[in-house]
Design a protein around this ligand. Structure first.
Ligand SMILES: Cc1cc2nc3c(=O)[nH]c(=O)nc-3n(C[C@H](O)[C@H](O)[C@H](O)COP(=O)(O)O)c2cc1C
Length: 358
């Protein structure tokens, strides 16, 4: 019934809908719900300790035998740059003073961890059917171990060149992440974020550039987006922002409120929260310090100095100093459980294909 079965067959899915692994909001509950519905649940590990990842995977494997995706960032940890970090702290000092915080207190370190030996051991232990990477791929030795553990490997490409690179380096399918997407850009061959193509332009050019099946991501939140992605040559979609409206999503109240009010022009790309460009709903810190800052420390270090600001303001209901990650299509989101959403999106897309064919 689906016009292209390549991803369904490759990943052993009933429905060509991948729930985007979203570090922070997604834990085992959502992964189980989406995989049980016939889509692919994705567990993000970028903000988890190895112990937490193990616990979540243990719960998932107990509650579903369907295929799952486990996701990692694979950035290189940057060198410390005390001068840059001091300049960043200085830039944030007025906010510290306003919130009654001591700017000279030591800055916490950001927790985002890249894929490494220890996480690779967890992949070998739990043998997820799919492992996906953001920001390129890990070293060949680690990638070989992931494949030897039986996982199909996916990774995000933000340009056709990145897609070709991923194909040459051993990926089994490409996630074409258009500029509309919420969260971090997966960009890894350049850092020229101003040139990033949108989903409509990117997907067919990636389809032409590689032989692998392509999963479209970015701004897809309803049946129209799914059908359009297939028309552009995609074999499946990866959906993030629309799943943030599900009760299973661990979204802080100010973030949920901002998502409910979001319109198509409420988001921007910013590096102020982590040092890498990511799309979120524009808030005070993005407006006053960014959205792109030349002095933000390298990923993920920029986040450290923001943590005390968030900790002091979020309990009062303020979203001024926290990342409000969202793609451009939040307005299309619907508040329903993740399993129901997966089935509804698939049924609505299947109903739309024949209508468009006349
Ligand atoms: C809150 C949030 C967190 C995200 N975290 C991750 C992550 O940990 N790993 C990853 O590969 N992609 C992450 N992404 C990007 C998604 O994989 C995907 O590219 C994006 O959500 C698709 O666009 P959409 O949000 O418009 O559906 C995140 C996106 C959001 C909105």
């Amino acid at each position: 019934m689906w016009p292209d079965r390549r991803i369904l067959d490759l990943l052993g899915l009933e429905l060509p809908i991948l729930q985007a692994p979203m570090a922070g909001p997604v834990e085992s509950e959502m992964v189980i719900a989406v995989s049980e519905a016939g889509g692919m649940g994705g567990l993000p590990c970028a903000l988890m300790t190895p112990e937490k990842a193990r616990t979540e995977l243990g719960i998932i494997r107990q509650r579903t035998s369907r295929p799952i995706n486990v996701n990692f960032f694979c950035h290189r940890q940057p060198e410390d740059d005390p001068a840059r970090e001091a300049a960043w702290k200085k830039r944030l000092e007025p906010f510290y003073v306003e919130l009654g915080l001591d700017p000279s207190a030591p800055t916490p370190r950001s927790a985002r961890a890249p894929f490494d030996e220890e996480f690779c051991g967890i992949v070998e232990e739990f043998r997820p059917e799919v492992v996906s990477f953001h920001f390129g791929l890990p070293d060949a030795a680690l990638l070989d171990r992931v494949k030897a553990a039986g996982a199909k490997v996916l990774a995000s490409a933000t340009t056709a060149d990145e897609a070709a690179w991923l194909e040459q380096h051993g990926c089994d399918a490409i996630i074409a992440q258009g500029a509309e997407a919420g969260g971090h850009r997966g960009i890894f061959l350049t850092d020229d974020v101003a040139n990033q193509p949108g989903t409509f332009a990117l997907v067919p050019q990636v389809v032409d550039a590689v032989r692998l099946p392509v999963i479209a991501a970015g701004g897809i939140a309803d049946a129209r987006g799914i059908v359009a992605a297939f028309a552009l040559g995609a074999s499946a979609v990866q959906i993030g922002t629309a799943y943030l409206f599900c009760p299973e999503a661990k979204v802080a109240p100010p973030h949920r409120q901002a998502l409910r009010a979001a319109k198509d022009d409420h988001t921007a790309l910013t590096n102020v929260f982590t040092g890498r460009p990511a799309r979120g709903i524009v808030n005070r810190i993005m407006r006053e310090v960014g959205p792109i800052s030349d002095i933000a420390p390298a990923f993920p270090l920029a986040g450290g100095a923001l943590a005390p600001l968030r900790a002091a303001s979020e309990p009062k209901g303020s979203g001024d100093f926290m990342s409000l990650w969202s793609g451009q299509a939040a307005r299309l989101g619907r508040e329903m459980p993740a399993g129901e959403l997966t089935r509804a999106l698939a049924a609505e897309a299947l109903a739309l294909f024949p209508k468009l064919a006349g």
